[in-house]
Design a binder for this molecule. Structure first.
Ligand SMILES: C[S@@+](CC[C@H](N)C(=O)[O-])C[C@H]1O[C@@H](n2cnc3c(N)ncnc32)[C@H](O)[C@@H]1O
Length: 232
């Protein structure tokens, strides 16, 4: 298996015929309260100079709002890990809104580590949120194995076909750690090939499309939200 990291991802790499391009910002700080779901907004510094994860992505917005709206009262005991966290929007929103009992792990490639750490501090979450490097397809670190996450968050991690097997391997490794682990997986279909990932996921895991009152709105924009669990 090719374990080399995904190349730099540019929003401009999308097939323009299929979807509108995200607005490209170079840097700045955005405050988001997810329609009042957060008393105190999450602040996100966006900076594209280290990679595509340095800006807000549509699936991140959908997944963060979903977790706050439907899961905030169930996550006090959860052990949460975010994959491909970018600037950390989803994990930071969950950590702000859910009074977690254990630290939440934001993970991404080395290039995003500084931005993740910056945003943890910006939100006053040092000690409650940890930023770590986790390259898909590579063996999990001992720290993550010992942490044994039971809730995995992944938003907009489907965009580069050669990375699909790497992401799939990491999801399998994480789901092996605990039989009850749930992955909340949100992505925007930009290319036909993106659905191949879902096809492979359905072979490997129990896959359920998640209900959400906003589904009619986000599905019109090609966004999908699924729950993956180990096959029984
Ligand atoms: C489109 S961004 C999404 C960022 C964030 N989840 C959001 O929704 O705003 C995809 C993220 O996946 C990360 N990524 C890509 N390939 C990866 C790999 N092989 N291992 C770990 N992370 C990877 C990128 O660095 C980037 O931050």
């Amino acid at each position: 298996m090719d374990r080399s990291p995904s190349p730099e991802f540019s929003p401009l790499a999308f097939d323009e015929g299929l979807t509108p391009l995200p607005e490209i910002k170079m840097s700045g700080t955005t405050a988001l309260d997810f329609s009042g779901l957060l008393d105190e907004p999450v602040r996100l510094h966006e900076d594209l100079k280290t990679g595509c994860g340095g800006q807000l992505w549509p699936a991140g917005m959908v997944l963060a709002k979903h977790m706050l709206r439907y899961h905030r009262d169930k996550l006090h005991e959860a052990r949460i890990l975010e994959l491909g966290a970018g600037g950390g929007l989803v994990g930071l929103a969950v950590a702000k809104g859910c009074r977690l009992g254990a630290p939440l792990y934001l993970t991404d490639q080395l290039e995003m580590e500084e931005l993740m750490k910056h945003n943890v501090t910006l939100n006053g979450l040092d000690g409650q949120v940890e930023a770590r490097i986790l390259n898909w397809g590579e063996p999990l670190s001992q720290e993550i194995i010992d942490y044994k996450p039971d809730t995995i968050l992944a938003a907009d991690c489907v965009y580069f076909e050669p990375a699909f097997p790497l992401l799939m391997q990491t999801l399998k490794d994480l789901l092996e750690l605990r039989p009850s682990t749930t992955v909340y997986f949100c992505f925007k279909k930009r290319r036909r090939a993106d659905m191949q990932f879902l096809k492979a996921a359905k072979k490997a895991f129990e896959v359920v499309e998640v209900d959400d009152d906003d589904k009619p709105v986000y599905s019109r924009e090609g966004l999908f939200l699924y729950r993956f669990q180990r096959k029984r």
